[in-house]
Design a binder for this molecule. Structure first.
Ligand code: WQD
Length: 340
């Protein structure tokens, strides 16, 4: 069975990808430093996949530890690299923490497995586009100056990977530019676990609905959009996880060489107010929300052109916004009943 290293494998997207890897016949090896995840997710994953996956608690910024990992986990055929700090606001407050962590971890990992025929999937982001000039945004759209150090780490990481490939690296590499991952696995055993006050919209909605937060504040309704609130491309995390399996499959083909990048979204824009309406429709729960001021750094509207992912990656999102909302709500209720 093909062994795939999954860094950040106990995190939100990482854990959902571990499930899809097993469903697809791969053997995931989880690496996580538990800085932004819970070790109890390992038990949740065991309940879903039917066995306890191999887990190494490891700080990827520790070069010796990563070299040691490569010396012990030698038969790795693929790497999916999620492990990174990813809070946009925090990255503005502590930029060097973000540059150190996100670059040291990537470079240590690439060095440790260099020279081996490994297929490498990089977790990138639609934040590289900033506010696109044209919508839906395609992969060949100009990368805009990052709006945050977090976004900059994704942009620079993509450049690092391209430079590495240009130097004749044995790796095959695919960068997946995620839009807005939301929702949870149908088992409600894994999902998004924000630490502290959620920065992202959907966990804030579900925590408000469960009574942990008083109300949702819509950050601005005076944008140049149909209902005045910002528009994003929300994608179910399970669809997003399946895109990583598709990326491995593509790189396993001899015809694939070098580096490529794909938009991982639904190709559909949905506004904040439409998400709130969808949540209420899908769950029957009335949401307490108010309109507040705009949030610094927000782009007005972004959604992806997913033609290339459909035609080349042979992948497309299948789950709709109501399923995103109902699964997020089921997960919130599950952790309220039985905290992890
Ligand atoms: C979505 C919309 C807010 C909270 C995220 C990640 C980023 C990248 C893309 C991976 C915005 C509005 C939010 C709230 C609100 N993912 N909002 N009230 O900013 O699009 O970026 O997905 O790389 O890393 O941060 O997501 O969920 O924070 O905001 O009105 O309480 O919801 O203004 O328009 P964002 P978000």
């Amino acid at each position: 069975m093909k062994k795939i290293l999954v860094t950040g494998g106990l995190g939100f997207i990482g854990s959902h990808t571990v499930v899809e890897l097993v469903q697809a016949g791969y053997e995931p090896v989880i690496i996580d430093d538990l800085s932004n995840s819970h070790v109890s997710i390992l038990d949740q994953l065991t309940a879903i996949i039917g066995y306890k996956p191999v887990f190494h608690q490891l700080d990827l910024c520790d070069e010796a530890a990563v070299q040691n990992l490569a010396a012990t986990e030698t038969d790795i055929e693929g790497i999916i690299h999620f492990a990174a700090f990813k809070a946009v606001g925090e990255s503005v407050q502590f930029p060097l923490k973000y540059y150190r962590n996100n670059f040291y971890s990537l470079i240590n990992l690439l060095n440790a497995y260099a020279g081996k025929p490994v297929n490498f999937v990089f977790s990138s982001s639609c934040t590289v586009y900033g506010q696109p000039d044209q919508l839906p945004v395609t992969e060949d759209a100009p990368v805009k100056p990052a709006q945050s150090p977090y976004g900059n780490t994704k942009q620079i990481a993509e450049e690092m990977l391209q430079d590495m490939m240009a130097s004749g690296s044995k790796y095959k590499v695919i960068s997946l530019r995620y839009f807005n991952p939301v929702g949870a696995h149908e088992s409600a055993l894994i999902g998004e676990l924000p630490i502290g006050v959620p920065q992202n919209l959907v966990p804030f909605i579900t925590q408000t609905a469960i009574g942990k937060r008083e109300k949702v504040t819509v950050f601005g309704n005076d944008y140049n959009t149909p209902d005045g609130s910002c528009v994003r491309d929300y994608i179910h995390v399970v669809d997003l996880a399946k895109a990583h399996v598709a990326a491995l499959r593509l790189m396993e083909q001899d015809s694939f060489t070098g580096y490529d990048v794909f938009n991982i979204g639904t190709g559909k824009g949905t506004s904040v107010l439409e998400i709130i309406t969808a949540f209420e429709r899908a769950t029957g729960v009335k949401l307490n929300y108010v309109i507040g001021p705009r949030r610094d750094g927000d782009v007005e509207q972004v959604w992806g052109d997913v033609t290339k992912s459909e035609q080349v990656l042979q992948w497309r999102a299948e789950l709709g916004v109501d399923t995103m909302m109902s699964s997020a709500w089921a997960w919130e209720q599950a952790i309220a009943k039985k905290p992890l």
